[in-house]
Design a protein around this ligand. Structure first.
Ligand SMILES: Cc1cc2nc3c(=O)[nH]c(=O)nc-3n(C[C@H](O)[C@H](O)[C@H](O)COP(=O)(O)O)c2cc1C
Length: 380
């Protein structure tokens, strides 16, 4: 396994319905939670080990999506912490060019940033962590390459949540929930390496392998005991992939048994939903994932502490054009066009742009044509 696995491609989850409320919440419960969680909650800082995160809105790692350009864009909307796409430990060890040059690339303005690694053994993760933190990924067939042109990230995150068979087959990602000893050994190994650089390590978990399992609740204190500084919790089972509701009663149980910050992930689709999740769980922060794809204003709204109407079409188009420009610079035109394909629908569908128009935009032969097509939306 090299590079990021196409979790996005395999699951194609896409953005979920906006305006959801916390799982299991009674009608009106989200409104009550909105009152219970202070308006400025998400705008206040929190700490992960020695790293101060300026606010409580984390951009979730999303393979195929959270590249440097996208992270910078969401950072401009206010995200307090961003995470790379998941990066294969073996990709790093083997000096895979895409892994070393693309997936771990970031700019200073993205800080604080976590680099997310996945792999199946403590040895592989330890080596990979060292390569990331040393900034070099030598490998057979390649000259030593600079992994991180800017510098080392502010923290390392270990993926124990990916449900995609390509990853779990080898025992990595959420398959680690089935081998808790190994999961703890992996965390301990990465913590040891990161400690040499004074950096914290976080782990992102799912609830369990099958629906109803709460494996992560027993695992969480063991991860804390070996020095993990924060946990990201996506309380869906591996078998659910991205369907169904996240069961944040698992998040709440984890918050009860650890002293480190817990970042709640899953169904953060609106400010009221996020407040209901925080109210029900005691989580320190939330992760915006599908809720922010096509709706980066969710991040602004979280920081403002209240839901807001979606901006009018000119603002939506301007935002998408800005993102296009950033991605083209980083990836070149043809890769950028492929990358932005899904975003076109996610951005424009809620603004009621006709399907035929979105199809025409997706068929644009180059970035200039796509940009012109976007501008033309405003004169139509
Ligand atoms: C397209 C896509 C790619 C994802 N890739 C990753 C990944 O690389 N690493 C990870 O830990 N989680 C990944 N996730 C999971 C998200 O970080 C998040 O936990 C999940 O989508 C639940 O949040 P939501 O219900 O608000 O979307 C991905 C999710 C999506 C939709």
């Amino acid at each position: 396994m090299t590079g990021t696995a196409s979790e996005a491609g395999a699951a194609s989850p896409g953005p979920g319905p906006a305006g959801g409320s916390a799982p299991g919440a009674e009608p009106g419960a989200a409104a009550a939670a909105a009152a219970a969680v202070p308006r400025d909650f998400f705008a206040t800082p929190f700490s992960i080990g020695p790293v101060v995160v300026p606010n409580r809105v984390v951009l979730a790692p999303m393979a195929g999506l959270t590249c440097s350009a996208y992270r910078r864009h969401l950072k401009a909307h206010g995200a307090g912490l961003v995470v790379t796409e998941m990066v294969s430990a073996y990709g790093l060890i083997h000096g895979n060019r895409r892994t070393t040059e693309d997936y771990l690339y970031f700019l200073e303005e993205e800080r604080p940033i976590a680099a997310q690694l996945f792999g199946d053994t403590p040895e592989a993760l330890e080596r990979a962590a060292r390569l990331v933190l040393e900034g070099q990924a030598p490998g057979p067939g390649h000259k030593a390459r600079t992994v991180l042109p800017s510098a080392r990230p502010d923290m390392l995150d270990i993926n124990m949540g990916c449900p995609v068979p390509k990853v779990t087959r080898s025992g990595a990602g959420s398959a680690l929930l089935a081998t808790p000893e190994r999961a703890v050994d992996i965390a301990a190994a990465v913590v040891r390496v990161a400690a040499e650089y004074g950096l914290p390590v976080t782990v992102k978990v799912r609830s369990g392998l099958r629906e109803g399992e709460r494996t992560a609740v027993a695992l969480a204190p063991r991860l804390e005991a070996v020095g993990v500084a924060a946990l990201g919790v996506h309380p869906r089972a591996t078998s659910q992939h991205y369907s169904g509701k996240a069961d944040h009663s698992v998040t709440a149980d984890i918050v009860k048994v650890v002293g480190i910050p817990v970042i709640a992930s899953g169904d953060v689709m609106s400010v009221s939903a996020a407040k209901a999740i925080v109210d029900a769980t005691g989580a320190s922060a939330v992760m915006a994932a599908r809720g922010a794809t096509g709706d980066p204003w969710l991040v602004d709204a979280l920081l403002a502490g209240e839901d807001r109407p979606r901006p009018p079409l000119p603002e939506v188009v301007a935002d998408l054009r800005t993102l296009l420009g950033l991605v083209v610079v980083d990836m070149g035109e043809q890769r950028a066009l492929k990358w932005i394909y899904r975003l076109i629908g996610w951005y424009l569908r809620p603004s009621k742009v006709p399907v035929s128009v979105m199809d025409a935009l997706r068929a644009a032969p180059d970035a200039a044509a796509l940009d012109e097509g976007l501008v033309a939306l405003l004169s139509g």
